[in-house]
Design a protein around this ligand. Structure first.
Ligand code: C2O
Ligand code: CU
Length: 700
């Protein structure tokens, strides 16, 4: 099987990937061709040691940074991000809130639009900005990696255009998150193996720091230096896996000017509400300091307190803080900062009072285009449920079952083959069923306290939409295992939130209350606890688009589905072809199958899913390292394709992400590996001398 050859080629691939990478430090460069400006970033996924709450721990990072680097762009730019996976587990990255017109290939959710990027591999994401302007963010979209692999995307107005308000003196990303003492991958593995709820985080964080209400944290708390009279733009991002937040700054009011990547009619609040996935662009006028008002001081807390609505879910109720510090007039005596007022942890009225204030700017420069006529209506119930414990299993969920979650009582089963690739190759049938229901199978009193439909079942059911159809989705919370608010996020689109309310949606009465004039334009809507929210969008972005609750635990329990939007007739209404470097998308576009000379064969490359001691993903086995195969191999090894499966892979085939498959071109004489995980250039049968040199250098 010429195993001896393989490591050499792998090394060559690595040398290429990382040799080039090492020469190009992690920074942005930009170039302008045609009308679009393109920008380039290098993201190295790697482990780094961080100390929080008095303990050191290894976390996954981008470029060693936590939170990760900020991407800067202007409206309409294209951003290329080379992601080099130097970590020891599979990963993908998602550009949250970027519509990616016609380009689902770079969207990122694992097993939806791509197979994960394996350790030692690279994937270049092409992030096509269109109408987005304001604050967005990027994050890992595999397992629980998002906990530490996330950062801001700042999209400035096009050159020659301006903000619809006075330009602030300074802009600062404020990223809300969480910190666990333990390894998040391990927590995920444990929770999934027992079907139990997740352990709550040990602290909430602002820009990666819990703040000085926590042990060993005051010196490192995030500090925002300000000068009296200046205006600061805070780009607030909720990157937390499990927590919605109230956010406030003592002594200051906040003027909200944008949400997700769209401007809104400015309104001023003492505190704001932000759900995971959402962003708020906020102006802060530094009008205090010392000697300006009677109760002035020079330090004020900014604080994030959880909003938690499900009384039966465990959660971390701690408040994260940072310090706003006037640096132009430091007083002689240091005084402790003042704490802001924040609503109580379960104050649903406060959360809702904030959400109903969001209205699009709807100006001449920033118009709205709210669809009035609806082609396709869906009512989607949101629920946390149970799946009966399998005989012989040890389940630690409710009533000794497994905890699960569902939309219209379908608990989404993540496939092992990326749906996008299967759909593109017209072999969707083996991967997903195109019959996600438009409404719940039975109507019931969704928000009352009885428990119908306590059980759900796993299935991969997706919704197929005609190109250009106007879709209205009403998300309806249910009381099945407790009412709860849910941040529902759609990939590939922003949508208008045309209505929201408490109780059960009434299709006869509630549409009369819709705002079709200036509804907010968002990518993540907070569906109120025991209530509903209605969104509208025109399905004019062909592709495969994930839709899910942005609470990570609900997502892994199945609270999601996929919208497949068909191609339209015109050329600009069709999906782009896949890029040449899609991880493990096999077929002609990959250049691998060539003229039909290639043959599939199976090699035993390890594919690891969870790090360290956690259980392996289903079907994978625990393996010890084998030298010369892949660097420092120990972890979970995916099963190999059976000879039958491998034979079944003809031209245009789509391989499952979790099976080991590499292609060997027998006609090349020396069993040259041409696996798709390798950089394109290493697929030649004779390496050019330059790369050979690099190979020598890297193997010494
Ligand atoms: Cu912010 Cu599917 O993600
Ligand atoms: Cu949820």
């Amino acid at each position: 099987m010429a195993i001896g050859k393989i490591p050499l080629i792998w090394l060559l691939g690595l040398a290429l990937a990382f040799g080039v990478a090492a020469a190009a430090p992690a920074q942005a460069s930009s170039s302008s061709s045609s009308s679009r400006v393109s920008r380039h970033y290098d993201f190295f996924i790697r482990e780094a040691n961080y100390t929080r709450l008095c303990r050191e721990k290894t976390i996954l990072t981008v470029n060693g940074e936590f939170p990760g680097p900020t991407i800067f762009a202007r409206n309409g730019d294209v951003v290329f991000v080379n992601v080099y996976n130097q970590g020891d587990k599979n990963i993908t990255i998602h550009w949250h809130g970027v519509d990616q017109p016609r380009n689902p290939w770079s969207d990122g959710p694992a097993y939806i639009t791509q197979c994960p990027i394996q350790p030692g591999s690279k994937f270049t994401y092409r992030i096509i900005l269109s109408e987005e302007e304001g604050t967005l963010w990027w994050h890992a979209h595999s397992d629980f990696d998002r906990a530490t692999v996330h950062g801001a995307i700042v999209i400035h107005p096009k050159r020659g255009t301006a903000y619809p308000f006075r330009k602030p003196d300074k802009e600062i990303p404020i990223i809300l998150g969480e910190w666990w003492h333990r390894d998040v991958g391990q927590l995920l593995g444990e929770a999934l193996s027992t079907g139990s709820d997740f352990e709550p985080s040990d602290a909430n964080t602002i820009n990666g720091q819990p703040g000085d209400l926590f042990p060993c944290s005051s010196d490192s708390a995030f500090r925002l230096p300000v000068e009296h009279g200046k205006t600061y733009m805070l780009r607030i991002i909720n990157a937390a896996l499990t927590t919605e937040f109230f956010f406030a700054i003592a002594g200051h009011r906040l003027t909200v000017v944008g949400t997700d990547a769209a401007y809104i009619k400015p309104f001023t609040v003492d505190h704001l509400f932000i759900a995971p996935g959402q962003t708020k662009t906020v102006l802060l006028k530094a009008d205090r300091g010392v000697g300006h008002r009677s109760n002035d001081t020079y330090r004020y807390y900014m604080a994030a307190r959880p909003y938690a609505t499900n009384p039966i879910a465990r959660f971390d109720n701690s408040t994260a803080t940072a310090v706003l510090e006037y640096v132009d007039a430091p007083p002689a005596i240091a005084t402790p900062p003042v704490m802001p007022f924040l609503p109580a942890i379960n104050d649903s009225a406060a959360a809702e009072a904030y959400s109903v204030r969001l209205r699009s700017l709807a100006s001449d420069e920033h118009p709205v285009d709210v669809p009035r006529h609806v082609d396709h209506r869906m009512l989607i119930t949101i629920a946390v449920n149970e799946i009966p414990c399998a005989p012989g299993d040890l389940c630690k969920g409710p009533r000794n079952n497994r905890v699960a979650a569902s939309l219209n009582n379908v608990s989404f089963e993540m496939p092992s083959t990326a749906i996008l690739g299967a759909y593109y190759r017209s072999v969707l049938g083996g991967v997903a069923k195109p019959d996600f229901p438009d409404k719940p199978r039975v109507e019931f009193n969704y928000t009352s306290d009885d428990l119908p439909l306590r059980f759900t079942a796993r299935d991969t059911r997706v919704k197929v939409l005609e190109y250009g159809a106007v879709v209205e989705v009403v998300f309806q919370d249910t009381a099945i295992l407790g009412t709860e608010s849910h941040p529902m996020h759609l990939h590939g689109y922003s949508f208008y939130v045309v209505g929201r309310g408490l109780g059960n949606f009434d299709k006869h009465k509630d549409p009369a209350t819709y705002n079709l004039v200036d509804p907010p334009y968002q990518n993540t809507v907070s569906v109120p606890k025991a209530g509903w929210a209605a969104i509208r969008f025109r399905a004019a972005n062909p592709g495969v688009w994930f839709m899910h609750c942005h609470f990570e635990r609900h997502m892994v329990w199945g609270m999601e589905t996929v919208f497949i939007v068909k191609n339209g007739k015109a050329r600009e209404a069709k999906m782009m072809p896949p890029p040449p470097n899609m991880p493990r998308l096999l077929g002609r576009a990959d250049g691998v199958w060539g003229e039909g000379r290639g043959r599939a064969m199976v090699l035993a490359h390890p594919l690891r899913t969870h790090r360290r001691a956690g259980p392996c993903a289903s079907g994978a086995s625990r393996e010890l390292g084998r030298q010369g195969d892949f660097p420092s191999v120990h972890g979970c090894k995916a099963p190999m394709l059976s000879p039958g499966e491998a034979k079944g892979l003809g031209e245009g085939a789509v391989a499952p992400c979790n099976k080991m498959l590499d292609l060997v071109d027998w006609s090349a004489g020396d069993h040259q590996q041409v696996g798709s995980a390798l950089p394109q250039s290493s697929r030649r049968s004779t390496p050019p001398s330059g790369t050979a040199r690099r190979l020598t250098a890297s193997s010494q």
